[in-house]
Design a protein around this ligand. Sequence first.
Ligand SMILES: [Zn+2]
Length: 411
Amino acid sequence: MTALPEYYVNERILFEDFSDITDFSNVAWSTAGTKTADAVYTKVGASSMRIQTAVGARAMLQKTIDKVFTNNELYIRVYIPDNTNLDYIEISLTTEANSSDVNNYNKRFAMTWYYRVLQTGWNIIPIVSSVVWSPPIAWTKKGTIDWASAMKTITVVVNPKEASSTTVVFDSIYCDIKKDPLALITFDDGYDSLYTLAYPLFKARGLKSTFYVSSSLVGGAGRLTAAQLIEMYADGISIGNHSSTHDTLVGLSYATVSSRLQTCIDYLLSLGLERAAYHVAAPGGATDANVLQVMADLGMKTHRNASSSTGGLWNAVGLPENAITALSLGPSTSLAVAKAAIDNAITNGLVVSLYGHIIADSGTTAWSAANLTALLDYIVERGIKTVTIDEYHEGKINPRYNSVSLARATS
Ligand SMILES: [Zn+2]
């Protein structure tokens, strides 16, 4: 199955820290679990709520709440001592008051996570309204209920596999998730205009960019030098992998593709440019199954292609790591279109990815310094954050924002 995205970047409000376990009571019509306060496996509040199931029986605990969720996205942090005997965890919300009536429970929004996406150790589990990963993680609606009403009861469920017992430690629940719009601006091929024209514009505004270079072209005519790469890297520009030559990787042998990508990795590392050495943009954005397999085998973290099929926009929550599409900053894209992509990202909480080549007034891959200046001024004016590809991937956009590891798929 597809692994979940590794990081989830957002702002959010703490809704429940599980510090007072007396708030939670066993559900009369279900099987009781054993709840204890856990001060060891706690990241938020004084302690967490550890639930141990009986053998072969789910544990259900309810708490009375009174909360209208302004958006229905949550995330839950749990610690799982050992996932071997865990079947699933469920969270549900109902507009009915805490009750021993099973009919109230049956009218609810519910979300279930199975052991396949839960790892031994810490897990952050998102519930979002729209997702692009597999399996989808979204609410299931049971009965007549809507989000406009206040939710009156929250129920947590831990279910063990047959004839076994399991334990889950609930640390925290966050709500009112705000997706954080981001701009990922990248340039390919390492032309020297990136140093003379683009870099000063980014630097003067405190903005971030990623330059993908082909290692054998560095220092050549009209191209960036190693010293320039090192200087810009120290100022926050990340240098990504654009293969060792600029020839397409499509149709080549596994060994050749692997050698070319590894040569560029080795070159970047030899210069101390490690941040984006494992982030790749294939020459021409072109890949086939063989190329993608090599990328996976080499441990490449992302691949930015040259497709603008999404207008360079994606959801900030569920971006597939290996499918970063981008809108070209070239003759076919006007300043107005690039600004509109920025606007759309801000309006919809999305990531916008723009990629360019040479900074010049004319040429088949050129975008003018005047356009780039105006675009970067607009980015400052609108307040959207820019990130390098590695910052995006690691979720380390800004200390004010959180980045947390997600559960990794295990099968
Ligand atoms: Zn290129």
